[in-house]
Design a protein around this ligand. Structure first.
Ligand code: HEC
Length: 146
């Protein structure tokens, strides 16, 4: 008899419980991490589109071709390449039009988010930059983000 009450010659079975617990624990941690990471990467706003002026409608089309890839449909975010623009941080009281337009012309290094840098969008005319800005402002106002 040894300390576990077994005969010294009795066959020993290693319990799989320890391994099962370890595997289960790793699965839970990996899943939690994956979900948390996803959350961090894709941020989505809920967006209301108001009736748009003709120039804001042109702005919406420009947004779809030049910005949507990163900032999401109508600036709602939800992509892995950029944040929502329908966000209190980019309201005109925080982030005036001239800064907004400068970001489009010059791009922006990675600073406030973890999506990498924004390239300068040099395919747009000044008028198109005005229109896309007008569109984003109209959606920000209608979406009640502040
Ligand atoms: C290739 C991806 C990409 C495209 C295309 C893009 N952006 Fe961005 N944009 C980003 C990222 C990433 C940031 C965040 C940089 C940071 O970390 O602050 C950003 C930041 C901004 C900001 C905030 C700048 C600041 O100073 O904090 C504005 C405004 C903006 N983008 C508007 C636009 C508009 C309007 C368009 C289309 C004309 C556009 N972006 C196209 C990726 C993109």
């Amino acid at each position: 008899m040894d300390s576990q009450g077994l005969h010294p010659d009795a066959p020993r079975h290693k319990s799989p419980i320890k391994w099962m617990a370890l595997v289960a624990l790793s699965l839970v941690s990996l899943t939690t991490y994956a979900m948390w990471d996803q959350e961090k990467i894709s941020i989505k706003a809920s967006v209301t589109i108001p009736p748009l002026s003709a120039s804001a409608q042109r702005g919406r089309a420009i947004f779809a071709t030049a910005c949507q890839e990163c900032h999401g449909v109508d600036g709602a975010g939800g992509s892995r390449k950029g944040q929502p623009l329908i966000h209190p941080m980019y309201r005109d009281n925080q982030f005036p039009d001239f800064v907004f337009k400068k970001s489009i012309r010059d791009g922006k290094r990675e600073k406030n988010w973890r999506f990498g840098p924004m390239p300068a969008i040099d395919t747009l005319t000044e008028q198109q930059i005005d229109e896309v800005t007008e569109f984003v402002r109209a959606v920000q106002n209608a979406s009640g983000i502040d």
